[in-house]
Design a protein around this ligand. Structure first.
Ligand code: SF4
Ligand code: SF4
Length: 376
């Protein structure tokens, strides 16, 4: 499950700033698949003593991480690691998966996590491909926690079952995000509410970690209203909900159409105000306008591919392309100050969110790679 334009990841990045209350009831559309049980809500684990306690501790750790980042620009805030490029799905817009690669050996992952911890990284989000395919995923999560970092994961959710969710609780997972693209599967994406609604109910009933459900508008998604159904179902089940703007089939971000814009603004009302402010760059993207901001990729945010190389982000693989083992605080400083030419129309939400911490400090200048463009 990638970290790309479809994912305004992560609540893992900035804590549970986007939990929503008091939303209108879900309007049940006609022709809803029978497997989507709108109105059916199991007893929520988050409302138990263990659920509340886990939330308090998680939020405390998140706010401490933000405070530490405000005090010093010397360390990464969020790193995505790829323990496995293989995926059990094949979404047509995705450029972040294959169907052949093997899991990265766990000792190699541990070495990368140790290096991230030594660099002072606050949060590690496990992405892919599909991370649940990695046979030692729980050991990876436990190692992130052992090294004092916050543990998150992005998954397509297909492999979740009650027992598996309990194992993730035990391993120490703190944040999880699932991106759901439509209500019924189509040729573009099988990440549909029709398939995943039962998985969401399992998460509501068993997960001690925070769950965010991301839905998308734009890029030719067939029914923009699907995002609203998904978002409201997520909130009904006690999760947070976010919306991302997806690029079209040629990798370009187009202004949203009238109906897409209406859905986008309705979805924004589902996001809690703090998180909405951080994601306000999307308002310009929705209108096809550029954003003026300082991308801190390579510094505050690191994308570690399956080969252990550091990249700016999922859409700029190849820069700086340094082995993580050789990455240093000097690299973090350099990239903090390096302007990224792809920034004005960038849709990578996790980097926007992470970079917001340093909005007020350290201007940037042009780096040595003026030819950067976003991958299609
Ligand atoms: S679930 Fe889809 S978007 Fe996620 S990694 Fe697999 S193919 Fe890509
Ligand atoms: S501005 Fe460029 S380098 Fe930064 S996150 Fe966006 S695509 Fe990646």
């Amino acid at each position: 499950m990638p970290t790309d334009v479809t994912n305004p990841n992560t609540s893992a990045a900035l804590g549970e700033l986007n939990i929503v209350a008091d939303v209108a009831p879900v309007v049940v559309p006609e022709n809803l698949p029978s497997t989507v049980r709108i109105g059916h809500v199991p007893p929520l684990r988050r409302n138990t003593f263990r659920g509340r306690r886990a939330k308090v501790l998680r939020n405390l750790r998140s706010y401490l991480a933000v405070g530490r980042a405000l005090l010093s620009e010397d360390h990464p805030f969020l790193a995505h690691i790829i323990p496995m490029r293989r995926c059990n799905l094949a979404c047509t817009y995705c450029n972040e998966f294959d169907d052949v690669s093997k899991p990265v050996p766990v000792d190699e992952i541990f070495a990368r996590l140790n290096k991230l911890a030594d660099l002072g990284t606050s949060i590690v989000t496990i992405s892919g491909g599909e991370p649940l395919l990695h046979p030692q995923l729980d050991d990876i999560i436990a190692h992130i926690r052992k090294r004092g970092m916050i543990a998150g994961m992005i998954t397509n959710g297909y492999l979740l079952m009650p027992e598996r969710i309990e194992q993730l609780n035990t391993a120490g997972l703190e944040f999880l995000q699932i991106s759901i693209d439509n209500v019924t599967p189509d040729e573009v994406s099988k990440k549909s509410l029709k398939v995943l609604d039962r998985k969401l109910e399992m998460l509501a009933a068993f997960a001690l970690f925070h769950v965010n459900i991301n839905s998308v508008v734009g890029g030719g998604i067939r029914s923009p209203q699907d995002a609203l159904v998904i978002g409201k179902r997520a909130v009904e089940l006690g999760f947070s909900s976010t919306v991302g703007i997806i690029h079209d089939g040629e990798g370009q971000v187009q202004p949203l159409t009238g109906e897409e814009r209406n859905v986008y603004h309705e979805m924004k009302r589902l996001e809690k105000s703090g998180f909405t402010r951080i994601n306000s760059f999307q308002d310009n993207i929705a209108l096809g306008r550029r954003n003026e901001w300082r991308c801190r990729a390579g510094a505050r945010y690191l994308y570690i591919c399956e080969f252990g190389l550091v990249h700016y982000c999922s859409q700029q693989r190849g820069y700086p392309g340094t082995p993580l083992a050789d990455y240093s605080t000097a690299d973090v400083h350099r990239e903090h100050r390096t302007e990224k030419p792809c920034a004005p129309y960038c849709t990578v939400s996790c980097v926007h969110q992470t970079s917001a911490i340093d909005k007020w400090r350290t201007p940037q200048s042009k780096g040595t790679d003026p030819g950067l463009v976003q991958l299609h």
